[in-house]
Design a protein. Structure first.
Length: 275
């Protein structure tokens, strides 16, 4: 069981489904209450662990031992408290009400939202960036962030966003790398101008391109540009990118899921840049 806190008494325990804290957490599933409160939910052991590893601020940590899946939860709770999080224990029913997952693991934290500008990005000597435009599905955006982290991108720039980067499904699908991949939200025109000033070449993926992505030089300072699930890239990026490329499609499907297409293209760049 969780040990008595450092201040000498156990954390508050909530059992009522009508408790104001429980009601507040339920509201935070929606974007407007999240933005008004300036916070977002981080649910799950792995996601919270990665937040703490990156020294992200956790304002509150809600836990329920009845939902724990392993033996490491107590150590994580202690770590969160040492980092300044307010601990609150929930009953099994109360946690089930606030959890975003069908099968929760008994851990949910609140973290403050943040904003970064393009100039806040720290670029490598040979920059490698991912730019995504108008991604619609939170699960896809989270998976894209996970792929960008694995590929070693300097950052992910989200242009003209449709989905909220602090959506619980983004956090979940990213497995917590939302806290480790530098993330900027901006407008396409501003991003294009900024990339130009940095001398970063843009490679845009589109089924209409003649050149295959594998036949394209993906080394040097570069940003890969990916479009939305339904419409692909806007005319702005198709007309202004330095190099359009396509992924060959041999079957009946004319395109891939945007997250899958992003990861395929990123790791072709990784292969080329490594050799």
């Amino acid at each position: 069981m969780y040990s008595v806190s450092s201040v000498g008494h156990p954390p508050e325990k909530i059992t009522s489904l009508q408790n104001p804290r429980v009601k507040h957490l339920v509201k935070l599933r929606d974007r407007r209450p999240r933005d008004e409160a300036g916070v977002f939910m981080v649910e799950g052991y792995r996601q919270i662990r990665r937040a703490l590893e990156k020294d992200a601020t956790l304002q509150e940590l809600y836990f329920c031992p009845d939902w724990f899946l392993g033996e490491n939860e107590n150590a994580l709770i202690n770590q969160a408290e040492e980092a300044g999080a307010l601990l609150i224990e929930l009953s099994k029913d109360a946690f089930a009400k606030v959890a975003y997952r069908e099968r929760p693991d008994g851990l949910l934290a609140l973290a403050p939202q943040w904003k970064r500008s393009l100039d806040d990005l720290t670029l490598a000597e040979v920059p490698f960036l991912l730019v995504v435009e108008a991604i619609e599905k939170p699960g896809n955006l989270g998976t894209i962030l996970r792929g960008a982290d694995a590929a070693g991108c300097d950052g992910v720039i989200i242009c003209d966003p449709v989905t909220d980067v602090f959506n619980p499904n983004v956090v979940r699908a990213s497995t917590g790398v939302l806290f480790s991949v530098p993330l900027v939200v901006s407008e396409s025109e501003q991003v294009h101008a900024w990339l130009k000033t940095k001398g970063i070449r843009t490679v845009a993926t589109t089924p209409a391109a003649e050149k295959l992505y594998t036949d394209t030089d993906l080394c040097g300072p570069m940003a890969i540009i990916m479009g939305s699930e339904q419409y692909g890239l806007s005319d702005f990026w198709l007309n202004n990118a330095d190099q359009p490329v396509r992924i060959p499609m041999a079957g009946q499907a004319d395109s891939l899921n945007v997250a899958m297409a992003t990861i395929i293209t990123l790791f072709e760049a990784v292969r080329q840049r490594a050799s």
